[in-house]
Design a binder for this molecule. Structure first.
Ligand SMILES: *[C@@H]1O[C@H](CO)[C@@H](O)[C@H](O)[C@H]1NC(C)=O
Ligand SMILES: *[C@@H]1O[C@H](CO)[C@@H](O)[C@H](O)[C@H]1NC(C)=O
Ligand SMILES: *[C@@H]1O[C@H](CO)[C@@H](O)[C@H](O)[C@H]1NC(C)=O
Length: 513
């Protein structure tokens, strides 16, 4: 199931798995020479050229250019392993829709799991935003983006409450078994022929808007959005958003039917919802949208998950601009609904998504329930509170500053400290496990040079010599980590280094030896 295959890039039919190509799941957990010449002696981790899943000359040129920009040899090795990871390993299939020979489709796996997450695939593409420009060729980064947007639109029109999906039928890739989901009790029902897992997460919907806005802003390719199913997919998203504003009780106290319920047979509390699939009760009148699960795929404690509301608000505003320029009969009214929902969400976040903390003052809450209850913490996965400015959400500066002070220290129940790495973690891997992704986001959201250098140093020294960004690392034991093949986090590391090149080039001259 987790085989590492070689695919033809220009045809819609995958080649047979090559016996010469290693399974990247094994490859990423092993050390390959030549090691980097610095004190960390980092492994080389790119698969052999003939085994890479997508080739881009712009990518290779970027990696070559950075060799003279990044002065530390270990940091350069980490960058050159990590940045290409999605293109090298995760473009599982690229082709065209069976019913429309012009409709590009791109199936991107998350890495070690053979399925496409809406959130991961949008973010996996986001790392290549610096390389994206208008290009109609099928071997271009732009083509990959179009394929992701089209396939996500198809997924959203099929099962708008789900988070992770199976390969498209056109790919002839067998669907992946998901034993943990096989006894899930989910409403609305879905088919496992197209869905890998059906956890409703507001940020998955926002991820579709994000990849759409990123593509449009970089290419100006308006025509694309009118050609296929983009408008209908946005309508489906707006319907879910509206439905998921339903509170638990009506005005008369009657329990309202929830548009989504989920329960699973499991030993982990975070893998199922309270109240037999309803989740904890949500009050009326906040104007916020519920999310059953977090971007970690763990259940929310309180459903009004603030970071996803921030992200959804941001990208509704940017995609409303695309919608407003389209000629579809309902485009103008959809654009105005998107814009007004974006604005009302921002008001709702500022009015109901904050909390006055006895030590830190006014902060953003992680989750609220609309009854006065709030979860005070942050989790590493994006969208997080830490990432709010990176998402483009117009934070209240003082509130964000206070929030940041809380979440980057012992007052955050999921901030991990220790000799190996100090970073936000989360319930997904539990106490003790810090997430490098959160260190990356910390760099992306600060101007403080010393803070950036400390984070870079910890990222560099905590790969256990493997030279890839792991999902989580034990803050007391560098050889104890999770997920050797987590494509998104690797791409994000590269994106952060390229951002530093623009913003603070001097830092890339630092020696970490
Ligand atoms: C899909 O669901 C059917 C019916 O529940 C089940 O028999 C089958 O094994 C499932 N397939 C996969 C790949 O999980
Ligand atoms: C929620 O509150 C609004 C007023 O804030 C009211 O108009 C609406 O009927 C309420 N909805 C439910 C389901 O109670
Ligand atoms: C560190 O983690 C490794 C890998 O999980 C484990 O084998 C080792 O026992 C751990 N070391 C300590 C001191 O706990």
């Amino acid at each position: 199931m987790r085989g590492f295959h070689l695919f033809a890039l220009s045809s819609s039919v995958p080649l047979l798995a090559s016996a010469q190509c290693p399974d990247y799941l094994d490859y990423a957990g092993e050390v390959h020479e030549p090691l980097s010449p610095g004190k960390y002696k980092l492994s080389y981790q790119r698969p052999p050229i003939e085994c890479r899943t997508f080739k881009s000359q712009d990518l290779e040129d970027t990696i070559t250019r950075m060799e003279s920009v990044i002065k530390d040899p270990d940091l350069y090795r980490l960058f050159s392993n990590a940045y290409p990871n999605t293109l090298d390993t995760a473009i599982k299939w690229k082709g065209y829709a069976a019913d429309n020979a012009e409709e590009e489709l791109t199936f991107i796996i998350t890495g070690d799991i053979n399925a496409m997450w809406l959130r991961d695939s949008s973010n996996q593409m986001q790392s290549y935003l610096p390389l994206l420009d208008a290009n109609s060729e099928p071997n271009s980064i732009a083509s990959l983006y179009r394929g992701v947007i089209n396939l996500q639109a198809r997924y959203l029109l099929t099962s708008p409450y789900c988070n992770s999906f199976q390969p498209p039928a056109e790919s002839n890739i067998p669907i992946a078994e998901n034993p943990s989901a096989s006894e899930d009790n989910v409403f609305p029902v879905y088919s496992n022929a197209s869905v890998f897992e059906c956890k409703y997460e507001l940020d998955s919907l926002a991820a579709f808007l994000e990849v759409s806005a990123n593509y449009y802003d970089a290419t100006g390719d308006l025509d694309f959005f009118g050609k296929f199913k983009w408008v209908q997919a946005v309508e489906a998203i707006l319907q879910v958003a509206l439905d998921m504003m339903t509170p638990t009780y009506g005005d008369d106290g009657a329990v309202l039917k929830s548009p989504y319920t989920f329960s699973r047979l499991t030993r982990r509390a975070t893998e199922t919802l309270a109240n037999d699939g309803l989740g904890n009760p949500t009050g009326n009148g906040t104007g916020l949208i519920r999310s059953a699960f977090r971007p970690s795929d763990d259940s929310t404690i309180f459903q009004l998950y603030i970071p996803a509301n921030m992200m959804f608000s941001t990208y509704l505003a940017s995609t409303a601009k695309i919608m407003g320029k389209l000629n579809a009969p309902n485009a103008a009214s959809l654009a105005s609904r998107m814009k007004s929902l974006s604005e009302s969400l921002q008001d709702a976040i500022e009015a109901y998504g904050t909390f006055t903390h006895p030590t830190y003052g006014k902060i953003y809450a992680f989750e609220v329930d609309g009854f006065g209850g709030a979860t005070i913490m942050d989790d590493a996965n994006i969208p997080s509170l830490l990432s709010a400015p990176f998402l483009g959400y117009p934070v209240d500066r003082q509130t964000y500053k206070n929030t940041r002070a809380l979440i980057l220290g012992a007052s955050n129940p999921y901030f991990m400290r220790g000799p190996v790495i100090n970073a936000v973690g989360g319930p997904h891997q539990g106490p003790g496990m810090a997430w490098p992704m959160a260190s990356i986001v910390r760099i992306l959201t600060t101007d403080n040079d010393d803070e950036i250098k400390v984070q870079l140093g910890e990222l560099l020294s905590s790969t256990a010599g493997l030279g890839l960004i792991h999902e989580s690392v034990d803050s007391f034991n560098v050889t104890h980590w999770t997920r050797q093949w987590f494509s998104w986090a690797n791409g994000l590391f590269g994106q952060m280094v390229l951002d530093l090149e623009e913003r603070k080039p001097g830092i890339l001259e630092t020696s970490f030896q």
